[in-house]
Design a protein around this ligand. Structure first.
Ligand code: PEP
Ligand code: MN
Length: 258
């Protein structure tokens, strides 16, 4: 079976980029067009967006799914979205979404993880599992185990940092020791770093991304928007595709053993 998340079949690092949220067909097209012109062909974009507090943008939902299909017809990309229920999975699969991810607020809930995993029984689709919002290694391990038990094989994990009371620097504290220990449990799983949600601000994204590569992470998932300051969610941390390109050109893929 061909798998996307195969450590041996990628020249490191694997790059996934795209907006926090899909907002309009134009925003999606403009962003993807620029990313594709840089050779990025794995695109992320939020459709259903669980936010911690009500009142901020929670995603357009189903109406954005046909826009993704149009983008996929126009550009040679694979598209990743977050799913948080069996209903989301059903709709995503019906609209040819290529990659799914489980968000940090879902990974904390074993019933939700189990529901999503069971809805994928017998389906061959790559899935990424974000760490839970809280620094609980077992919850993260448990989520991976639930998918593995159902028979989902094309798995990767995303380190997006952890809630912490009043971290003055990060939006979500990286607590690097947690992904490092996680790796000892699943040495063959690809581990992708999300510097956007760790940093919360665009100036810090390159430092976190470089640290992840120094620690031998296998990939990066980075929020990129054609007009970040006007973004409907996570405006402060998104990079223009041009700035993303510059940042990627500066990263050193040196490996450090630990
Ligand atoms: C996101 O990827 O835009 C997101 C909401 O992420 P997280 O689940 O890491 O908070
Ligand atoms: Mn986001």
């Amino acid at each position: 079976m061909e798998t996307l998340f195969n450590k041996n079949s990628h020249s490191k690092p694997l790059i996934i980029a795209g907006p926090c949220s899909i907002e309009t067909p134009e925003q999606l097209d403009n962003t993807v067009q620029e990313l594709v012109s840089q050779g990025i062909n794995l695109i992320r974009g939020g459709v259903w967006k669980p936010r911690t507090r009500p009142g901020s943008f929670e995603g357009l939902g189903s109406i954005a799914l046909p826009w993704i299909q149009e983008i996929k017809n126009k550009y040679p990309v694979k598209f990743a979205i977050e799913v948080a229920s069996a209903q989301h999975v059903e709709e995503a699969l019906a609209h040819e979404i290529d990659i799914l991810w489980v968000g940090a607020r879902s990974t904390v809930n074993p019933f939700t993880v189990q529901e999503i995993a069971e809805s994928l029984k017998g389906v061959n689709i790559p899935v990424m599992i974000k760490n839970p919002v809280n620094p609980d290694l077992s919850l993260w391990i448990g989520a991976v185990e639930r998918f593995q038990k159902i028979g989902i094989q094309d798995l990767a994990v995303i380190h997006r940092g952890f809630s912490n009371f009043r971290d003055q620097i990060h939006r979500n504290s990286p607590l690097w020791q947690i992904p490092i220990e996680f790796r000892t449990h699943f040495p063959d799983l690809m581990m992708i770093n999300d510097p956007s949600h760790i940093s919360g601000k665009r100036d810090l994204v390159p430092i976190i991304a470089q640290k992840a590569l120094d620690l031998n992470f296998d990939g990066l998932i980075i929020e990129s928007h054609c007009n970040p300051d006007q973004a409907w969610s996570d405006a402060a941390q998104q990079l223009t595709p041009k700035n993303l390109e510059f940042m990627l050109s500066q990263l050193k893929t040196r490996k450090v053993k630990f």
